[in-house]
Design a protein around this ligand. Structure first.
Ligand code: F6P
Length: 363
């Protein structure tokens, strides 16, 4: 029987449970045995109860729940050779040489390193007397399938990653709530949203929330932006708006790469207008709560496709990411997509913003 490990890694995201559920049930339907690797890679490193067989009912009543019921972590031990040897040994103790990994680009990069190291890890385990040569020969490669789970929506090739839509809903709920108190006092609010190096959540929530100004890492404002922002806020008030709202991505910077925080924005407004704005940092509220309908159905489709990929994989198969693009489920070459994602981050970090926008197909 084919045995498939499923794990969630990195920051949790609403919809991960739907993906896990789909992987489990689709694998069972195809005659495979799914296993949960608990707490991300930490479960593989720890072994024992960290790797558990799953049945149809194991994933009942999880579709609507936020977070991930099989746990997630950023495991430092897994980054070490010894940790990876432990993980390989424990996976093979259950006969698992296929994995579906649901996580961000960092998790998928770690997964590919583990996959590349696999033959040498097994050789070291055999040399240390921890693994029989016949077991190593029966599992020459680790077959991996990735699904991008991250509210940041930062993977090249995927239109939306798991959790992004739900996080946007959470942000919009907060913006709507803040609007009424802001309007009552005729106040300006600065709202900081998550996204790490990616401005997607900030930009889309600013558009969907009808906000006045937005700062994102991919497009640092030109010098004098503070005056420009205050002018726009003033125009809004002149036009009859009772409230003003500025969205700041947590990764926003100026053109020299210095971080622009919500407090910096607030201070700039206060200095120029005399108004004392209020700052709201939304934080992990954005990652919590129930997944949206979109995150439930998309993650379900991704999970089904990933299970199929894992069941049919052969030792020669290249690792793939299953992602939604143009309303279709696609198989994408894992390392190319991760490398392209990294390249954009490097361009943004090197402050070559025009090149970063061009490489995303923008102008
Ligand atoms: O990558 C998802 C994310 O929520 C980012 O938007 C944020 O920067 C980070 O994770 C927060 O990480 P943690 O949960 O470890 O504080």
């Amino acid at each position: 029987k084919v045995r498939i490990g499923v794990l969630t890694s990195g920051g949790d995201a609403q919809g991960m449970n739907a993906a896990v559920r789909a992987v489990v049930r689709a694998s069972l339907r195809m005659g495979a045995q799914p296993y949960a690797v608990m707490e991300g890679w930490a479960g593989a490193v720890a072994g024992g109860d960290g790797i558990r067989p799953l049945e149809w009912d194991s994933v009942s009543a999880v579709l609507h729940r936020g977070g991930t019921v099989i746990g997630t972590a950023r495991s430092d031990e897994f980054r070490t050779w010894e940790g990876q040897m432990d993980a390989a040994e424990h996976l093979l103790a259950h006969g698992i040489d296929r994995l579906v990994v649901i996580g961000g680009d960092g998790s998928l990069t770690g997964t590919d390193e583990f996959r590349t190291n696999w033959p040498r890890l097994l050789a070291d385990l055999v040399a240390a007397g921890r693994l029989g040569q016949e077991v190593a020969d029966a599992h020459p490669t680790l077959m991996v399938t990735g699904i991008v789970g991250s509210i940041d929506n930062d993977l090249v090739g995927a239109d939306m990653t798991i959790g992004t839509d739900s996080a946007l809903h959470r942000i919009l709920d907060a913006i709507d709530d803040i609007s009424s108190t802001a309007a009552s006092h005729q106040r300006t609010f600065i709202v900081e949203v998550m996204g790490r190096h990616c401005g997607y959540l900030a930009l889309m929530s600013a558009v969907a929330g009808g906000c006045d100004y937005v700062l994102i890492p991919e497009m640092p404002p030109a010098e004098g932006w503070e005056d420009d922002m205050c002018l726009k806020l003033a125009k809004g008030r002149e036009a009859g708006r009772r409230e003003s709202m500025v969205i700041v991505a947590e990764g926003a910077t100026d053109r020299d790469g210095n971080r622009i925080t919500a407090d910096d924005v607030s201070r700039a407004i206060e200095e120029r207008t005399g108004e004392t704005p209020r700052v709201t940092i939304l934080g992990h509220v954005q990652r919590g709560g129930q997944p949206s309908a979109y995150d439930r159905w998309m993650s379900t489709l991704l999970g089904c496709a990933a299970a199929r990929e894992a069941v049919l994989a052969t030792p020669e198969s290249e690792p793939v990411i299953i992602a939604e693009h143009h309303n279709r489920i696609h198989r994408l070459p894992m390392m190319e997509q991760v490398a392209a994602t990294r390249a954009i981050k490097d361009l943004v970090n090197s402050r070559d913003y025009e090149a970063a926008v061009r490489s995303r197909g923008g102008s």
